[in-house]
Ligand binder design. Structure first.
Ligand code: ATP
Ligand code: MN
Length: 465
C-alpha cells in the first residue's frame, strides 16, 4: 500500500479509510489491553498516534517497537478521541524495519543537553528540536532563492577553491595534493608550489565576493549562496569554520539602496518563516526561546535604525559616562565588539541597526571611500541576540583609489589582475553584502549556539560526522 507522509495523514479526514505510514517511533506507552505508538517521519514536528490493540498484536510483536525503531504501519484512519490530535490510526499490521536496542539507543531520554547532542550529531536530527531547526533551515534557503529570483537576480556560482589570498576576511584552509611528508623548500625556506595540483598555492574560499563582482559587471544583479571556509581560531557561539553565506552583488546600487535591500531581504526571510514554519516555530518558542515568535514579528514590523558609526560611538560613550561598563574600549576608530553592537541593538534602540560609514582603517580595502577619506561606505546590519548578521558595502569603483588602497595596505595582488580589470574596463558603481546563513538561522530559531543550526558543524578541533 502506498505510504502517506505524516504531515498529510494528520490532515486527512476520510475516516474509515485504510492508510499506510512509515517512520521512527518516538514513544510507546500503554497497558495490557492497548499500546499507543507516537510515530514521526520528519515531514512535520507532529507525531501521528498509532493504536495497537492487544487483541491483534502479541507481546512478542510489540516488544521490538521501542523508541527509535523504524516501523511501517497499515491500519484504519480514525478520528482521534485525545485532545490536541485530529486523526490517528487503528493498526492492522505493524512491520519493523529496524530495531533500536533500548539499552543502547542514545535518544531514549528527553531533555538531553545541546552539548551532549553535538556528540551524537548523526542522530540528533531525529529530535524535535533539530527536526524543527532543519526544516526551518531548508525553508530559509528556499526563501533566499525565492527572494532574489523574484527580484531579478541571477544565482551566480563562485568557486570554492581559489588562488587569491587578498580578501583578508579570515585565515584560509590550504588545498593541496602535495605529499606533506615530503615537502621541498627553496633556499629561503619557501615551498615550491609549481608542481602542486594548481601550479600555485590554493585555498578554500573565505568569500565569493570578488568573483561575484565580476558577475555583477556582466549580469547586473547576481547572488551567490554557498559554503565559505575560515580557519579563524575563534571558538564562539557565532563562528563556524565552514559556514554558508549569501552574497548579492549589484551594479548601479548606492548606499541607500543597499540598506533598503538588506532590510527588505531579512524581513522577507523572517516573514517566510512565520508564514511557512509555524508548527516548528511554536515548538521552539515553547521549549527553546519564549520570546522567539514575538521577536520575529517585531522585526518585520519595525523600521531598522540607520546609524553612522560616528553617532554610534557617541551613544556608546554617553552610556559609559552614565555608568555602563564594557570589556573592550570603543573610541572612534575602534572596531566594535559584539558587546557594543548588542548594547546599541538590544538596550539603546531595541531594534535592528544598520551601521554605516565606518573608519577606513577597520574595513576592507574594496569599500568605497567617503569624501574626506576618513570613512568608507560600509553598511553592516546588527541584530538582537546575534550582533553582526550582514556585512555589506558600496565598492570602490575607481581604479586609482582602489590601487592606492591596495598599495597603502600592502595587499598581495599578484594574482588579482582579473579583479582589477573590473575597474579598467567599464567600471561601474556597485555594492553588495554578505549575509551569514547560520547567523540568520540563529535569529529565526532562537537557538543559542551556531553549532546547533547546521547539521554537522566544523569548528576548531571538531570535524566528526
Ligand atoms: P565577525 O566580525 O562576526 O567575525 P566578519 O566581519 O568577519 O564577522 P564578514 O567578513 O563581514 O564577517 O562576513 C559576512 C557575514 O558572514 C557576517 O556578517 C556574518 O553574518 C557571517 N560570518 C562571518 N564569519 C562567520 C563565521 N566564522 N561563522 C559564521 N558566520 C560568519
Ligand atoms: Mn563584517
Amino acid at each position: 500500500m502506498e505510504r502517506t507522509v505524516i504531515i498529510d495523514a494528520l490532515k486527512r479526514t476520510d475516516y474509515g479509510q485504510k492508510i499506510c505510514v512509515k517512520g521512527w517511533v518516538r514513544s510507546r506507552r500503554g497497558n495490557k489491553n492497548v499500546s499507543f505508538i507516537a510515530l514521526n517521519d520528519g515531514s512535520t514536528i507532529k507525531n501521528i498516534q498509532i493504536v495497537a490493540d492487544a487483541a491483534k498484536f502479541s507481546d512478542e510483536e510489540l516488544k521490538p517497537i521501542t523508541t527509535g525503531s523504524c516501523i511501517c504501519c497499515v491500519g484504519t484512519l480514525v478520528e482521534s478521541q485525545g485532545a490536541g490530535q485530529t486523526s490517528e490510526i487503528q493498526a492492522d499490521t505493524l512491520e519493523v524495519y529496524g530495531t533500536a536496542d533500548p539499552e543502547q539507543y542514545p535518544l531514549q531520554k528527553k531533555g538531553l543537553s545541546m552539548e551532549y547532542l553535538r556528540t551524537i550529531a548523526h542522530l540528533r536530527p531525529r529530535t524535535n528540536t533539530f527536526g524543527a531547526v532543519l526544516r526551518i533551515r531548508h525553508n530559509m534557503a528556499m526563501a533566499i532563492h525565492s527572494y532574489f529570483h523574484q527580484h531579478g537576480y541571477f544565482y551566480f556560482h563562485t568557486p570554492l577553491i581559489t588562488a587569491s589570498d587578498c580578501e583578508g576576511a579570515g585565515q584560509m584552509f590550504q588545498v593541496t595534493t602535495k605529499n606533506l611528508y615530503n615537502l621541498k623548500y627553496d633556499e629561503e625556506g619557501h615551498i615550491d608550489y609549481s608542481d602542486d595540483f594548481f601550479g600555485k598555492q590554493a585555498s578554500l574560499t573565505v568569500s565569493g565576493q570578488l568573483e561575484g563582482e565580476l558577475g555583477a559587471m556582466a549580469l547586473g544583479k547576481i547572488y551567490t549562496f554557498g559554503p565559505t571556509f575560515r580557519a579563524e581560531n575563534s571558538n564562539t557561539p557565532r563562528h563556524l569554520a565552514e559556514f554558508w553565506m549569501i552574497e548579492p552583488e549589484i551594479a548601479f546600487m548606492d548606499k541607500q539602496e543597499m540598506m533598503d535591500l538588506e532590510e527588505d531581504d531579512l524581513k522577507y526571510c523572517v516573514r517566510w518563516a512565520l508564514d511557512n514554519c509555524m508548527d516548528d516555530l511554536e515548538f521552539l518558542n515553547q521549549f527553546v526561546d519564549k520570546g522567539l515568535i514575538d521577536r520575529l514579528k517585531s522585526v518585520i514590523d519595525t523600521e531598522f535604525v540607520r546609524l553612522p558609526y560616528t553617532e554610534g560611538i557617541e551613544i556608546l560613550q554617553e552610556a559609559i559616562r552614565n555608568g555602563k561598563k564594557f570589556e573592550f574600549p570603543c573610541e572612534w576608530g575602534d572596531d566594535l565588539s559584539s558587546e557594543h553592537e548588542r548594547y546599541l541593538v538590544e538596550e539603546h534602540f531595541k531594534k535592528p541597526v544598520i551601521m554605516t560609514d565606518y573608519p577606513r582603517e577597520i574595513k576592507a580595502f574594496y569599500m568605497k571611500l567617503n569624501e574626506g577619506g576618513k570613512t568608507v561606505q560600509g553598511t553592516d546590519v546588527l541584530f538582537p541576540q546575534i550582533g553582526e548578521i550582514i556585512g555589506g558595502s558600496v565598492r570602490e569603483e575607481s581604479y586609482d583609489k582602489l590601487m592606492n588602497e591596495i598599495e597603502v595596505r600592502q595587499i598581495p595582488m599578484k594574482d588579482m589582475w582579473w579583479y582589477l580589470d573590473t575597474r579598467r574596463f567599464g567600471s561601474a558603481p556597485h555594492a553588495g553584502f554578505g549575509l551569514g546563513f547560520e547567523r540568520l538561522m540563529l535569529f529565526v530559531t532562537g537557538m543559542q549556539n551556531i553549532r546547533d543550526v547546521i547539521p554537522f558543524p566544523r569548528t576548531p578541533k571538531t570535524a566528526e560526522f
